[in-house]
Design a protein around this ligand. Structure first.
Ligand code: NAP
Length: 248
């Protein structure tokens, strides 16, 4: 998709690999300056090298979204260097699956901390700048399992459903200041997160997808580009499923 993002400053959390990296790359290809960030230095350095080789306009800032200081640093450094933040994309996320009977406190807590509290921390840290600008777009990556639930993913589903409630609440709070907040709910996407699943599990998932294929990170990046663009200025508080028709 081609949309002009020249002079736009976009932050993508968890963009060292997978969907986040693809989103970041799509924005740079369309003229934006992207702040890539990740908690794993290894992933971030890999993305940094790739972006340098391709000549993209970017800055890499390490950030663990569960760490308040890291988050503040990510947002403040971006604003200090570029003088604005146009779009915040909360993409960082993890899974730690287990059946409820065996779910450990650590599995519950870490998934909620990363997937849900992380979104709260980055949003809260960036709001003062968005309010000052009287403009901004926040795009939160949830999941269709936040809508449907999924066996073995009570922690993950709760975190992703939480993102939806959180986003709709702040969409209402911030609309008056020309700040939009939307949610993208991917279905079953081919990334390092899903590559660990056994082939049989993948085949079973694909059988349930009307379009009969896994999604690609580009399928997600395309909708994110659209929501971040002026074409979507009148859209806020919406959940957009990108899932090959899994959830209708
Ligand atoms: P991925 O390949 O595992 O990438 C997730 C990225 O987030 C990784 O770069 C990871 O860093 C980073 N991350 C994890 N914890 C972090 C933290 N505390 N602070 C900062 N970064 C952190 O997963 P993905 O498939 O691209 O998923 C991206 C988003 O889409 C997630 O929110 C996920 O829940 C959502 N989603 C994915 C699917 C799917 O089928 N793939 C479906 C629905 C929703 P490391 O490289 O160090 O691990």
């Amino acid at each position: 998709m081609e949309i002009d993002f020249n002079d736009k400053v976009i932050i993508v959390t968890g963009s060292g690999r997978g969907i986040g990296r693809e989103i970041a790359e799509s924005f740079t290809k369309n003229g934006a300056t992207v702040i890539i960030s990740d908690y794993s230095t290894e992933s971030l350095i890999e993305a940094e090298n790739l972006f340098k080789t391709k000549g993209y306009s970017f800055k890499a800032i390490p950030c663990d979204v569960t760490n308040r200081e890291d988050v503040q640093n990510l947002i403040d450094l971006t604003y200090k260097e570029f003088g604005k933040i146009d779009v915040l994309i909360n993409n960082a996320g993890i899974t730690k699956d287990n059946l409820i009977l065996r779910m450990k406190d650590e599995q519950w807590d870490s998934v909620i901390e990363t997937n849900l509290k992380g979104v709260f921390l980055t949003t809260r840290a960036s709001i003062k700048y968005f309010l000052k600008q009287r403009y901004g777009k926040i795009i939160n990556i949830s999941s269709v399992v936040g809508i449907t639930g999924n066996i073995g993913q009570s922690n993950y589903s709760a975190s992703k459903a939480g993102i939806i409630g959180f986003s709709k609440s702040i969409a209402r709070e911030l609309a008056i200041r020309n700040i939009t907040v939307n949610i993208v709910a991917p279905g079953f996407i081919d990334t390092p997160m899903t590559s660990v699943l056994p082939d049989g599990v993948k085949e079973n998932f694909i059988k349930k997808i009307p379009l009969k294929r896994m999604g690609t990170p580009t399928d997600i990046a395309n909708i994110v580009l659209f929501i971040a663009s002026p074409l979507a200025d009148y859209i806020t508080g919406q959940v957009i499923n990108v899932d090959g028709g899994m959830v209708m």
